[in-house]
Design a protein. Structure first.
Length: 157
């Protein structure tokens, strides 16, 4: 990443404030609310582009994101987050499905931990991961929002 400038900005959306951060070349965070992040509190071309795509998604007009992403995490977390991006719009997978997809079928709990630490909400669709029984499990934005996102996708797929 070098000396690229980190910026972040809080955008107002229909699901509440979303903080979008970038490192100058890629999106590093999409977080619920307005947490304090390192770097300048200023929009950039990249955070604005991400915000526009998120607004389109929330309006049911976008089913896939076209953004450079750079989530920071362990190699295992990176594998999980990559697998999450392969879950089709409007579908769900269990934690066990994701563990199998990354070649670690015994790592269901670890997949849950990586899912919980996903720094790029919605764009890396951790909301598409559900319990083995199909029930909703934890979500940083709350279970009501998780259900709302899943309902939105089912209605527009």
């Amino acid at each position: 990443m070098g000396t690229t400038a980190r910026t972040h900005y809080v955008y107002t959306t229909v699901i509440g404030p979303l903080t979008i951060a970038a490192n100058g070349t890629a999106i590093t965070h999409v977080l619920f609310g307005a947490p304090d992040l390192p770097g300048a509190l200023a929009p950039s071309e990249l955070t604005n582009r991400a915000a526009n795509q998120l607004q389109e998604y929330l309006a049911g007009k976008r089913t896939a994101f076209d953004l450079p992403l750079a989530p920071e995490g362990t190699p295992f977390q990176q594998r999980v987050w990559k697998a999450l991006q392969n879950i089709p719009y409007g579908q769900t997978r269990s934690y066990a499905d994701v563990a199998a997809a990354i070649g670690s079928p015994q790592a269901t709990r670890a997949v849950g931990g990586a899912n919980n630490r996903n720094p790029i909400a919605i764009v890396i669709p951790c909301h598409r991961v559900v319990g083995a029984n199909g029930k909703l499990t934890g979500y940083a934005g709350g279970l009501q929002l998780k259900q709302r996102l899943l309902d939105l996708e089912r209605a527009h797929r």
